[in-house]
Write a protein of this length. Sequence first.
Length: 189
Amino acid sequence: METKPAGFWIRFGAILLDGLLFNGLAFFLGLFLLAAWQDGITELAQFLYALLLPVFWYGYTVGKRVFKIRIIHMDGTDVGIWTMIKRTIIGGLIYVLPTLITVTILSFTVDTRIWLTFLQDIDLNEEFILTGFDFTILTLGLFSSVILLIVSAFMVGLSKSRRSIHDLIAGTYVTKQSPAETEKIDKEE
């Protein structure tokens, strides 16, 4: 029962606004509370924002509310926590799975000290730089993840249902319908 599905550009605008607002807030708070916004706290807060706010606010995030779009179930009901877990966590894992697989493979074949360069600001000798086959494997994984994101964007932009990969996994879609309009349609049926 897809009614008034939201297309690519309006969804892109909403996620861009969410990112700008959240990163602006993180930057502002970081000026005053530097230690509190380090070590993954910002990423955790942003993840919880994307996961929980739609559950408690009729499928809206701030960006979606500004653009008057929201996430709902295929049957028109509001999303719950399990739906958002499927959409955010499982859907997100699908996008990064190729990269995770290649990093896992490389973790068994490459000197593990190389990963410190990604985790900390450590400059290792040139002997630890990824080259040849290892570099190709990592690039292939990253490229595959990007391809999945592009395919998902094309699904939103070109398909009739306007549903992305994570929407298909969670049984959701993004609509231009307000909560009041959804209730009105439910009562008419």
